[in-house]
Design a protein around this ligand. Structure first.
Ligand code: GLC
Ligand code: CA
Length: 542
């Protein structure tokens, strides 16, 4: 590592604990299971794990509804297991990034249990309460992300509480000093355990002003983050990444400009919205336009300049699998999975791999609502049925965008349940595990895993990948995405055919060296190149 912060030089890996590795046969992934797979992650070469929530939770939203921030969910293990995970990861140069879910708690958190008892309870003001307007009417029209009103009536206090997600996820009142300081104390509890930082769940909502219908990017948001930075991770060698659905490049600079002392970086979601109808929800499908993808990602690559830092990702536990989404999970499965890896990992920023992406895991097609676990998909299903959509239409949306696509168990080998569990898995295992699994990838030097591993090594060994300037190659075929990275006189050209059809690319330069590619027989020299389906390569050019 030559310069910059550690988190600018590494590749991160997200673990969704429930689906990663079960160690005791109850069908649910757990912390001892993760520990048993650290050698695998070390072999991949990652520098940090973003761990989706492992705290105590009634699992209304699979751990994103926390009932005790300083206790581990018993299904996942104990605090001793957690301490061991942090220590064992550290031995392998891997830091643990905790998921910080502080826009809301579970309704089973002791603060909310007290808050809902009476208006004079000292905890009442930890949450956001409003009187109904007139005749038992809701305070206003704010909607929950999971559908329906964001307000639920509590008879014991005669008021409504706000929940921007499910009604079991009441929003904390960030305007209350005490709330903020309880959270900072809790963060310090985790920092003192030696973690590497935090991923901050829907952090752009904490500055909300519900009476003005403001949810994201509220006026106090950055003030709170600066206060948090000072009270907790500021001045320490920790990484923070905010989940910010509403970020534009200008907003992302506010979060990640080092001079402002807020966060290391944010997740922006502009590219992820490109296959939905402009005025619709994510369920309202539209094919991806590759020119739009080029435009959006290039904008983010250049707009942050030195005042910010990008995160790079295709996948997480809320998004469908990239190989199924914009690639081809049939005939060109391996080629398209590798192409998306190369396209993203040669960009500037910190890349995030979501578990299973590195072995080409695919979406899991469902045929009935009974196969769904995810609260978001279930609520949408019933809401859209009521609104007159057909079952077929709704299932098509869920198969394209539902969150369970990413949540099926990790595919380790060809034994029963993909080696994830000896019991009954909490969510179905994708039957294609016999083909797509870790074991098969590790046995094949040309596997998708090998491509990710090599991309990580390229980042480790070449400052150009971390620090080089980015420039899109203009005027290529619509579906060809090509760009340069340039650093200290050296220049790499990255070319990707984001299509199942051939495309021609005119090589503008003379090639010095072939660095990586996704077809075995690439002979890239000069002039016109016939790119095959999803073909991608990186060359050093003159
Ligand atoms: C974030 C999480 C998602 C969760 C929501 C509410 O978007 O990534 O899984 O449902 O916040 O916490
Ligand atoms: Ca288990």
């Amino acid at each position: 590592m030559s310069q910059g912060k550690w988190w600018q030089n590494v590749v991160m890996y997200q673990i969704y604990p429930r689906s990663f590795q079960d160690s005791n046969g109850d069908g649910i992934g757990d912390i001892p299971g993760i520990i048993s797979r650290l050698d695998y992650l070390q072999k991949l070469g990652i520098g940090g794990i973003w761990l989706s929530p492992v705290y105590q939770s009634p699992n209304d939203d699979n751990g994103y509804d926390i009932s005790d921030y300083e206790a581990i969910m018993p299904e996942f293990g104990t605090m001793a297991d957690m301490d061991e995970l942090i220590a064992e990861a550290k031995k392998r140069n891997i830091r643990i990034i905790m998921d910080l879910v502080v826009n809301h708690t579970s309704d089973e958190h002791k603060w909310f249990a007290a808050a809902r008892q009476s208006r004079d309870n000292p905890y009442h003001d930890y949450y956001v309460w409003r009187d109904g307007k007139g005749d038992g009417d809701i305070p206003n029209d704010l909607q929950s992300t999971f559908g329906g009103s964001a307000w639920t009536y509590e008879p014991a206090v005669g008021q409504y509480y706000l929940h921007l997600f499910s009604k079991k996820q009441p929003d904390l009142n960030w305007q209350n000093d005490k709330v903020r300081h309880e959270i900072y104390d809790m963060m310090n509890f985790w920092i003192n355990k030696g973690i590497g930082g935090f991923r901050m769940d829907v952090i752009d909502l904490i500055g909300k002003e519900p009476d003005k219908m403001i949810t994201g990017n509220g006026p106090q948001l950055h003030t709170y983050l600066q206060e948090m930075n000072q009270a907790t991770f500021g001045g320490k060698d920790l990484m923070t990444v905010g989940e910010t659905w509403g970020a534009t490049p200008a907003i992302a600079k506010q979060y990640s400009d080092p001079a402002r002392h807020e966060l290391s970086m944010v997740f922006q979601f502009e590219h992820v919205g490109l296959d939905q109808q402009p005025d619709g929800e994510k369920w309202d499908l539209k094919p991806l336009s590759v020119p739009a993808l080029k435009q959006v990602l290039s904008k983010w690559q250049t707009a942050l300049g030195d005042q910010g830092w990008n995160s790079l990702f295709w996948n997480n536990h809320d998004l469908p699998r990239i190989v199924s989404r914009w690639g081809d999970d049939g005939q060109y499965h391996d080629q398209s999975a590798k192409m998306f890896a190369i396209l993203l990992h040669m960009m500037k920023g910190t890349p995030y791999i979501y578990q299973g992406e590195e072995i080409g895991m695919t979406n899991y097609p469902i045929t009935s609502v009974d196969e769904i676990n995810d609260i978001e998909s279930i609520q949408m299903y019933h809401a859209r049925l009521k609104a007159g959509y057909t079952k077929e239409e709704i299932l098509r949306s869920i198969n394209a965008k539902g969150r369970d696509n990413a949540r099926t168990p990790m595919q380790w080998d060809t034994t029963a349940n993909a080696g994830f569990t000896t019991g009954t898995p909490w969510l179905h295992v994708n039957p294609n595990y016999v083909r797509y699994n870790v074991q098969a990838n590790l046995a094949n030097p040309h596997s998708i895993f090998a491509t990710y591993q090599r991309l990580i090594q390229l980042r480790q060994n070449n400052d150009l990948v971390v620090w080089g300037d980015y420039a899109l190659v203009p005027d290529t075929a619509d579906n060809v995405f090509a760009y340069y990275r340039t650093y200290q006189g050296e220049r790499w050209l990255i070319v990707a055919n984001v299509a199942a059809e051939d495309n021609v690319f005119e090589l503008p330069d003379a090639v010095d060296e072939h660095i990586i590619g996704n077809y075995d027989d690439q002979d890239v020299k000069t002039g016109q190149i016939e790119l095959r389906p999803f073909e991608a390569f990186v060359v050093k050019v003159r």
